[in-house]
Write a new protein. Sequence first.
Length: 160
Amino acid sequence: VKAVAYAVRTAEERDVDAIVGLWHEFVNFHHELDGRLRRRRASRKRFATLVRSLLESDRDRVVVAETAEGRLIGYALGSDRDNAPVLEPERFGLVSDIYVDEGHRREGVAGALFSDLENWFRVRGLTSVELGVLHVNTLAQAFWRAQGFTDFVDRLRRDL
Ligand SMILES: CC(C)(COP(=O)(O)OP(=O)(O)OC[C@H]1O[C@@H](n2cnc3c(N)ncnc32)[C@H](O)[C@@H]1OP(=O)(O)O)[C@@H](O)C(=O)NCCC(=O)NCCS
């Protein structure tokens, strides 16, 4: 068993640039899996603005995993979302991003990031959590299933 050499904490303004860097890797990884997932022009700047707004929002949570040396090796975004007004439950937890640096995978980092979001969802009274994952993303499929997730909705796509 490897020593736990990182800590998970709430993200702060000073983390934004490093989170944008990790997000860049996150999108590259997805683009390699499916070329339809592509960054928009000025995406770094747009993502930095988005992260700053999430840091200010009380319905969103941004968490980071930091090494003892102060380097960020992972991040995750969670939200408390309204469900369709006619469906139970009223609100649910959504995990929109989770990413761990390639050099630190299988060390429990994503598990620790998700566990933080899970606690936050529970404290807010949420009773379920959802997320999207590419069918072909075998790493994430294995990770989410290890966290107890099962198939729910298939999201389809076609060009127009
Ligand atoms: C998916 C991802 C976040 C997992 O991060 P991680 O820190 O390596 O995951 P953990 O170490 O916490 O893994 C916990 C458990 O999940 C399962 N798991 C994780 N990665 C796995 C893999 N590549 N193959 C098989 N099982 C895996 C295992 O059961 C693992 O426990 P174990 O190591 O004791 O066997 C990481 O691979 C990643 O960043 N991938 C690229 C981005 C991505 O796909 N994000 C998710 C989009 S939905």
